[in-house]
Ligand binder design. Sequence first.
Ligand SMILES: NC(=O)c1ccc[n+]([C@@H]2O[C@H](COP(=O)([O-])OP(=O)(O)OC[C@H]3O[C@@H](n4cnc5c(N)ncnc54)[C@H](OP(=O)(O)O)[C@@H]3O)[C@@H](O)[C@H]2O)c1
Length: 256
Amino acid sequence: MSSLDGRVALVTGGSRGIGRAIALGLAGDGADVAIAYRRDEESARKTVSEIEALTRPGPGPRAYKASVDVLEDCRELAARIEEDYGRLDILVHSAGIASRGRAVADTDPAEPARLLGVHAVGPHHLTQAALPLLRRAERSDVIFVSSVISDSYPPFGAPYAMGKAAMEALAHTLAKEERGHGMHVNIVAPGLVDTEMGQRLIRATAGIENIRDHDAASPFGHVCRPEEVADVVRFLVSDAASYLTDQRIVVDGGTF
Ligand SMILES: NC(=O)c1ccc[n+]([C@@H]2O[C@H](COP(=O)([O-])OP(=O)(O)OC[C@H]3O[C@@H](n4cnc5c(N)ncnc54)[C@H](OP(=O)(O)O)[C@@H]3O)[C@@H](O)[C@H]2O)c1
């Protein structure tokens, strides 16, 4: 992997799961990494310590409490990044929540707006707030962590699927609008991944209590690890992907 020395990355949802693996991966490649989280401060602190162990002298990792679905939080977050790091080269939207797994007929009317807020409207707010910083970079990268749900649209997940479909619409539009400013915009769409969200998902959809019990039935003998998603992100923001933008990479072991 190429070196990300001198580049600053912000990873939303960087305290846990896929976002944490991405934050650690980018830091391992030399980036200065900041993470944003919603409420789990202990996990955020732990991730910051893990990043500290990987990084050299420099501004160092920081964790910011910011809900991506709150416009003021997004503006404040971008301002803090400018204040603390002076630049932003890589923005990864990994923050996410699952929906309740109910049919449209039984879904709480507030749920679609909540899911759209976290997965699409929030990333729109944050990207917009960070644009002046991103445009200043000779090359910038924005990565959206979506899901294979927007390939299959299975039943009992409309709010989540709506959120990811809208997120992808934002990504494809942004890629065309900002290419002239040196921005690369790409989507990574995982299938089931071994995180807290993945564990809850497999329990709710298949009644499997321990996600490890799903290893044997999974491609390559294991449920996708967060690091296997992070590796794709590391490639996308690297020099090896210098002529790549507006793409969507599915990371599901060929399941779909
Ligand atoms: N796991 C899977 O099977 C899977 C599959 C496909 C796609 N994905 C997508 O991958 C992304 C990461 O999922 P994950 O499995 O890593 O989930 P996770 O382990 O539950 O972690 C979710 C992360 O998002 C943060 N977050 C949630 N709502 C937020 C908000 N409003 N503002 C800021 N941060 C927020 C959480 O912070 P707090 O802890 O502070 O709440 C946490 O850091 C999500 O977008 C998800 O939709 C996951």
